[in-house]
Write a protein that binds this ligand. Structure first.
Ligand code: SF4
Length: 353
């Protein structure tokens, strides 16, 4: 398939691994009857392994129900993992209690999708943005009011609007208030759950640019969650494509957008609008059939086989491992795209043919 050519960007200087996730799993039990016996489980996240380097932006992308939001909540430890390990700055935080997590809340923050519901309508902007200082008992130099006004200016809002209420702001401005609150304690890792999807398209780019500027100013590390590959294209260093609780493909941005290997990624990219008319016309749009199957009873073998146009018998029975098919480029598929010289056997051994 054709894909847009990426403009080479100045390479970012990245540090070592800030976050490492191994075999991360979240199964929500389904209980029935008087005795509340467990009769099944929603396999929302089912064995994720990846790492994020200091200063990097890793985007998690996939249709709704793929487990990306649950992953974000696991990383910020708003949810307890069923299995697997989350290591932040070398420390295993997988099962820390709320009290043990409290000091770490300074370092790990979340930006929520909906700027309308994530701000308390009865509180002024000053109270909302200043709340982290009070919660963490931090006394900023010059006082909380000055710190909040500096934060408002930093995110492009008028510091004089300190006493206004959320309803007096537009959607984009409310998301900026949420970002200011997130930045108050100078976190190291920010998990942004669909930070722009509730906003007008015209405002989305402004908020995305703001997040990029803040990243370079404060050396922030982002895990960006999105359902749309076009939104995260310009901010991501690497992208992980998720389907039914698993990573199907993970690669750096250029490789993923220009040489996608997993058929699911190819299908998602074929739906991304291309501004160039000639290339748009030459491109084949792949329409995925049906809905994402239920995570209560995911398909056997490759979870994508019920919707994949390349599926063969083996795909129904043997789950393809997430294998490194090119340096830094992993995909979980028996018959990957854009790679003529590679064959995968079901045991996960990659060989050049
Ligand atoms: Fe499609 Fe088979 Fe690859 Fe799964 S393993 S993505 S069903 S070709």
């Amino acid at each position: 398939m054709s894909a847009q050519t990426e403009t080479p960007a100045e390479p970012k200087k990245l540090g070592g691994d800030l976050l490492t996730v191994t075999g991360l799993q979240k199964h929500f039990p389904i209980r029935r009857g008087l005795l509340q016996r467990q009769v099944g489980a929603v396999q929302a996240v089912d064995g994720l392994t990846f790492s994020v380097r200091q200063g990097e932006t890793l985007s998690l992308v996939g249709e709704s129900g793929c487990g990306k939001t649950t992953t974000g909540r696991l990383l910020t430890r708003l949810l307890e993992p069923t299995d697997g390990k989350i290591v932040f700055e070398g420390r295993d935080i997988s099962h820390l209690s709320t009290g043990q997590m409290r000091p770490l809340r300074k370092d790990i923050q979340m930006i929520f999708q909906d700027p309308y519901s994530s701000l308390n309508p009865r509180h002024t902007v000053g109270t909302i943005v200043g709340a982290p200082y009070h919660l963490q008992n931090v006394k900023p130099q010059g006082g909380v009011k000055k710190a909040v006004q500096d934060l408002l200016a930093l995110v492009g809002l008028n510091p004089e609007h300190y006493n206004r209420y959320p309803h007096e702001f537009s959607g984009g401005q409310r998301q900026r208030i949420g970002i200011a609150r997130t930045l108050a304690l100078r976190p190291k890792l920010i998990v942004a759950d669909e930070p722009v999807s509730a906003l007008d398209v015209s405002i989305q780019a402004q908020v995305v640019n703001l997040l990029e500027d803040l990243q370079s100013e404060f050396d922030l590390t982002y895990v960006m969650i999105a359902h749309d590959l076009s939104v995260v294209r310009h901010v991501s260093d690497r992208v992980a494509v998720m389907y039914l609780g698993k990573i199907m493909e993970i690669a750096d941005r250029t490789a993923l957008y220009e040489r996608p290997m997993h058929p699911y990624t190819v299908a998602l990219l074929s739906a991304v609008p291309i501004p160039d008319t000639a290339r748009r016309e030459s491109r084949e749009r792949i329409r995925l059939q049906g809905d994402v199957p239920s995570p209560i009873n995911p398909p056997s073998g490759c979870r994508f086989h019920t919707r994949c146009w390349k599926a063969q018998e083996i795909c129904k029975t043997q789950e393809p491992p997430l294998a490194e098919l090119q340096p830094g480029h992993q995909a979980a598929c028996h018959f990957p795209e854009n790679t003529t010289e590679i064959t995968i056997d079901p045991m996960g051994i990659t060989a050049a043919s």
